[in-house]
Design a protein around this ligand. Structure first.
Ligand code: AMP
Ligand code: GLY
Length: 417
């Protein structure tokens, strides 16, 4: 089977790595890929959002199956386009992808079907939004409706900050069209957990849980990032809470999708807050999470290709999905300054010695004149398994110490709390 993976981060490296273990794959392509992915797949220079370019490539190369990593391609309708052209593809269609593409769509959907989430209001007029801020306690959360690369969420500690956020998003269009409409919502307190599920249009099977460390610095300090590390299972996810999530959130969501006439196929990601009033949904993502995938796929013992095919064929009930009982920890090696300004093109040292200790997924890397150099804010993701969190942490951090590049930065507390 010829398989194409769309995307270029450590998530896609993990997907390609896992797929490369499947005996049914004769040829793997990744577009656009990165320097680490190039060891396992042929990288093709097409941007993830260039869905017409992807289609041309898939038709010309007779691709049997395409697996989509990033949300941008899904929200743009890559699945609809491929299916109209008779191609098999793993991911939700454009209508279903609105669960991530529009926060208002997701919130209204949850309200209609009584899926627990933060209380909210939506606005397309900033004067009305500002006038009604009094209806929310502090802190409060302001969100741009559309895709904003994880940056369109502002937690306002004062009313002044809330007003400024609204002006930034709706007045200055800081996130472009994504901010034409906004959501204002109640701030939820608790521990965050990511639960991803395979969904085949009819039923879902949740994966093991995961936890993402979003802030740049130890102790959850500093700016929000795309993720500085992850663990699986999540540290605070009891069996009791898991049962509540499966019933009140995941099962309800799948039933609600059916009631809306939305055929959802792919991975559905539930970003949850475990509040004192029970688990609530912070956000949906319509794809594998990053860096969650880097811990989840190291725990997956079954053939990922078989699972993906069972989703595409609507036969998830036949799938064999087994997970290692071990704990997984991944740590992101980032460029100094990330998520703000950072240098690229810095030579990466020690990768071979680090690889002897743990699995290394490339996020932003490039080969220039046979030298591996940094090419993004998140550069490498080290993922390790262990009989407990401490054992997994020890392996990941031993590998981290072998790596170096100019101004390399990583959190030292992944998997502690
Ligand atoms: P979102 O993209 O909606 O998941 O928001 C990004 C991050 O902002 C989440 O992972 C949370 O850490 C935080 N966040 C979003 N909504 C809320 C909320 N209602 N209460 C508290 N934190 C939130
Ligand atoms: N880890 C959060 C995300 O993938 O959006």
């Amino acid at each position: 089977m010829k398989v194409l993976v769309i995307g270029s981060g450590a998530r896609e490296h993990a997907i390609v790595w896992k797929l490369s273990q499947s005996p049914k794959i004769s040829k793997l392509f990744c577009a656009p890929g990165n320097a680490g992915i190039a060891d396992l797949a042929e990288c093709v220079d097409i941007k993830a959002e260039d869905i017409d370019g992807m289609l041309r490539f898939a038709l010309e190369n007779k691709i049997d199956l395409t697996v989509v990593g990033p949300e941008i391609a899904l929200v743009k309708g890559v699945v609809d386009l491929f299916e109209q052209n008779g191609l098999r593809i793993f991911g939700p269609n454009k209508k279903a992808a609105q669960l991530e593409g529009s926060k208002i769509f997701a919130k209204d959907f949850m309200k209609k079907y009584k899926i627990p989430t933060a209380r909210y209001k939506t606005y397309n007029n900033f004067e009305k939004a500002i006038a009604e801020l009094k209806d929310f306690d502090l802190p409060m959360v302001i969100k741009a409706d559309g895709l904003a690369a994880g940056k369109g969420v502002i937690i306002a500690q004062t009313r002044q900050e809330a007003v400024e956020a609204i002006f930034d998003i709706m007045g200055d269009m800081k996130f472009g069209e994504a901010g034409k409409t906004i959501v204002v919502e109640e701030f939820l307190q608790g521990k965050e957990v990511s639960v991803l599920a395979f969904v085949d249009g009819n039923m879902s099977i949740p994966m093991v849980s995961a936890q993402d460390y979003k802030r740049a610095q130890d102790g959850d300090k500093g700016l929000n990032t795309g993720g500085m590390g992850a663990v699986s299972p999540a540290l605070h996810y009891s069996l009791e809470v898991e049962k509540l999530v499966n019933k009140n959130i995941i099962y309800n969501t799948i039933q609600a999708l059916k009631a809306e006439g939305i055929s959802y196929k792919g991975v559905l990601y539930f970003g949850l807050m475990l509040t004192k009033d029970g688990p609530k949904v912070l956000e949906f993502n319509v794809r594998f999470g990053d860096p969650e995938t880097e811990v989840l796929l190291t725990r997956l013992q079954s053939d990922l290709l078989n699972i993906i095919c069972s989703v595409v064929d609507g036969e998830l009930n036949q799938a064999d999905i087994k997970w290692s009982q071990e704990k997984a920890v991944c740590v992101v090696m980032a460029s100094g300054g990330y998520p703000e300004q950072y240098e690229i093109g810095c030579e990466i040292m020690g990768i071979e010695t680090a690889e002897a200790e743990a699995k290394i997924f490339h996020a932003g890397t490039k080969l220039i004149d046979n030298k591996l150099v940094t090419a993004g804010g998140r550069v490498l993701v080290i993922s390790a398994l262990g009989s407990d969190y401490e054992a997994a942490r020890a392996k990941a951090y031993t590998a981290a110490e072998k790596l170096s590049f100019q101004d390399m930065h990583y959190r030292k507390d992944i998997g502690i709390n």
